[in-house]
Design a binder for this molecule. Structure first.
Ligand code: SAM
Length: 287
């Protein structure tokens, strides 16, 4: 079969995703990672870091809405939000949809990547970098949290590269880091992190889950299938008071309406479904 140019991504140590490339916008290496911005036949324009698809035009809304809104909606009035990672600016875009937010601080380690996102990924950030409510800080997220005062934020969103990929983000899935995130949250704050994939990397997932459990009294897990990832992406919420799984579909829709949040897939029914699905932790893969 003639594949032509393709992205070959290791979905696990033994399974690959091979997806055809229509055209290449950019291949470069920043101080921190290899960056590819390509047009994929099946998924449109995509950001690929160190060989892993991070987000694509076709389905980024599923990932970013699923990451951001359950924790944001569970908080009764999130005003100050911290985002770590999310270099494309799509997580920032979703956070700013909530009219209650008066400050969204996005911290990414890779300033070159953020500049490339501004240039090539406008459909992802949609101008959110320029919002008067947004502040973009180029720093290691761990150092930034360490420098932050106690009780600074209502919600913290961790949109980092996978825990089993580059070293860059690995320590931001640790017990120590989650305890520091808890310190910078207000007393009724929530944290949410993307957590890779529990089917193909069960041991890594269990470690991250236990690390969140060690720092937060309320922990909720959920997942959503992301076609361009070729796996179900896991998410974990750590909360000090509000439980996202306790909200009804009507309550979620009321909050979204009240805050003027318009979404593509996320709504009350989707929210309640997320917290009703069992999380499947693989037995076969040795990830
Ligand atoms: N959606 C992707 C996923 O599910 O894997 C994650 C998207 S986003 C592109 C990942 C971001 O994490 C990148 O912008 C990268 O620069 C950032 N990042 C990695 N390690 C970091 C660190 N220690 N501090 C801050 N940002 C970091």
């Amino acid at each position: 079969m003639i594949l032509g140019y393709s992205i070959i991504e290791a979905v696990s140590r033994s399974s690959l995703l091979i997806t055809k490339v229509k055209s290449v916008h950019l291949v470069t290496r920043t101080k921190y990672q290899e960056v590819q911005i390509v047009e994929l036949e099946d998924f449109g324009r995509a950001l690929v870091l160190d060989g892993y698809i991070q987000s694509s035009e076709a389905d980024e809304f599923i990932y970013h809405e699923t990451l951001v809104h359950p924790a944001m909606v569970a908080h009764p009035g999130p005003e100050r939000v911290l985002i770590i990672g999310g270099g494309e600016g799509a997580t920032l875009r979703e956070v700013l949809k909530h009219s209650t937010v008066d400050r969204a601080v996005m911290v990414d380690i890779d300033g070159e990547l953020v500049e490339l996102a501004k240039k090539y990924l406008d459909f992802m950030h949609q101008g959110s970098f320029n919002s008067p409510r947004a502040e973009v800080v180029i720093s290691d997220g761990k150092d930034f949290v360490r420098r932050s005062k106690d009780g600074s934020y209502d919600v913290v969103v961790l949109d980092l590269t996978d825990p089993y990929c580059s070293e860059l983000a690995r320590s931001l899935y640790s017990r120590e880091f989650y305890r520091d995130v808890r310190r910078v949250l207000k007393e009724d704050g929530l944290m949410v992190t993307q957590a890779g994939n529990s089917f193909f990397y069960p041991d890594t997932y269990r470690t991250v889950l236990n690390n969140v459990r060690n720092a937060f009294p309320i922990v909720r897990e959920y997942w959503s299938w992301i076609p361009s990832f070729s796996y179900a992406c896991n998410f974990i919420v750590g909360s000090l008071k509000h439980d996202p799984a306790s909200m009804t579909s009507e309550e979620v829709d009321r909050v979204l309406r009240g805050r003027g949040v318009k979404t593509g897939i996320y709504d009350g029914r989707y929210h309640t479904a997320l917290f009703s699905f069992k999380v499947f932790v693989g037995e076969y893969s040795k990830g």
